[in-house]
Design a protein around this ligand. Sequence first.
Ligand code: SAM
Length: 309
Amino acid sequence: MEKFEQIFGFMNGHAEEIVKEQDIDYLDALLQTLEETLDGKYEWQVEGTTKEDMRKATQIAILKGMRKSAQPNHQMTPDTLGLLVSHFVEQCFEEELKNGPISVLDPALGTGNLLYTVMNKMDGKIQATGVEVDELLIRLAAATGDLTEQPVTLFRQDSLEKLLADPVDAVICDLPVGYYPNEEVALDYELCASEGMSYAHHLFIEQSLNHTKDGGYAFFLIPTNLFESEQAKQLHKFIKGHAWIQAVIQLPENLFSSSTHEKSILILQKQSPALKAPREVLLAKVPNMSNRQALAMFFEKVRMWKEGK
Ligand code: SAM
C-alpha cells in the first residue's frame, strides 16, 4: 500500500467513527479528524510521508465526502489540471523564480486542491493567499494547508467584495461559473451586466486582474464556451483594455463528464507600460494524457512558444 493510501486509511477510519458516534456528515467528521490531528489528538505513524502524500490522502477523503453529500459548489479541481497549471506558472515565471518565491492568489480556493497541487509541485517557490466563501471548504483547505506545511494566508469571504490582499505576481483560479447573486456588489465592476444578472466568472476575471501586479499573470480554468455567451463581447473588450491574452489551451474532453463541463486554460498577462504585448498567442489542445508521444509534442510546442515570448 502506498503511503498516501495508509494515511487515507487512518483519516477515513477516524472520520467514519465520528460519523457513527455523532451522526454527522462525513465531511464534517473529516474536518474534525484533520483539526484534531493538528491539535495532536491523533498521530499517523507513516514514516517518510511527503507533502504530496498528505495532499493526496486528504483529497481522496474530501472526494469521498463530496460524493456522499453532493453540493453544487463542491467541485474540486483534479490533480491533472493543477499539474498543467503549475507547468505554465513555471514557464511564465522562470526568470523571477531564480530570485525567490512568487506571490500567488487563488480567489476561489474551494478545498485548496488546485493551489496545493501547484504549491507542492513548485515547493518553496510560492507564498499564497486563498479566498473562499464556503466555511466548510475553507476550513478543510486550512487544515490541508497546515498538514502539507504550505505557507498560505486564507480569508473566508465573498471574493468579489472588497479584498484586503496585496497585488500578487500570479492568480490561479478554477472559476466558479454562473450568475452572481449580489447585484449591488456587481455594480462596482466594469463587467457588470448592462441588463439582468452578471456572470460570476466574468467578475472573477476582473477581480483577479484588480489583484494582479502590472506584468503579472492570471491562470484561469474557464468553461470552454466562455467567449460564446451573449456577454462575451463585453468580456473581450474588458480583456483587451487591461490584459494580453498569452494562451488559450483546450483540455482533453475525456477529463470531463460531459461536453457542457469541458474546460480550457486561459492565461492573461496584466498590461504594463514597461512591457510589450506577446508576439505569439499560444493556441493549443492538450492531447489525451495517456498518449505519451502526443503529450511530449505538446510540451515541446509550449517550450517553443515560451522561447519566442
Ligand atoms: N480549485 C478549487 C479546488 O481545487 O477545490 C475548486 C474551485 S470551485 C470550481 C469554485 C469555488 O469558488 C467553490 O469552492 C465556491 O464555493 C467558490 N466561490 C463561488 N463564488 C464565490 C465567491 N463569490 N467568493 C468566494 N468563493 C466563491
